[in-house]
Design a protein around this ligand. Sequence first.
Ligand SMILES: [Mg+2]
Length: 210
Amino acid sequence: MTLQYILFDLDNTLYSPRYGLELNVGRRIAEFLAAYLGVSVEEALDQRRAQIQGYSTTLEWLMAEKGYADIEAYFKAIHPAGEADTLSPDPGLRDFLKSLPLPLGILTNSPKEHADRILAKLGIGDLFTHIFDIRWNGFRGKPHAQAFRRALNALGTIPERTLFIDDTPRCLVGYCALGGPGLLLDEENAYPAYPHPRIRDLRELTGFLP
Ligand SMILES: [Mg+2]
């Protein structure tokens, strides 16, 4: 089927993991968890590892299993204002995205303020027709089927006509289950045994376009 749209993940997809930006988000999440649960960081991460299956994000798990309710306090703690300061404009990325022959969207499990900061730093925020964030998805994000379906409905397209690119295998598994073509962006060669299409550089996605 002819592709109509390209849908991107945001973190570690539109910028490289080498900036450590998402690692820092993960560190703040771990510290937040430890403080909220009143345990060590190690114990907090153990609890999450044991229970996160079936949840899209740490926040979704916290709300469902740990009685957590203050969504805005959580986002404020893990996404401080200067979180994207290590990024700088990426004119090469901008030119590449502009050269793509299809409209572009973003589906992220992060909140909009985080996406806006990153896109502003990279200088590419105007290139996407839609940015679907975790609030828009009612805090049930990828890989829940509903998160993909809502985004594609809003774009007026279907999985079979939308190329989705993400750096997280479990997100792609969710998408492929709906029948859509997905590419794993694996810049650091972390998933050599991944059985479906995998690229090492975002620019390789052109090989999957008509
Ligand atoms: Mg990502």
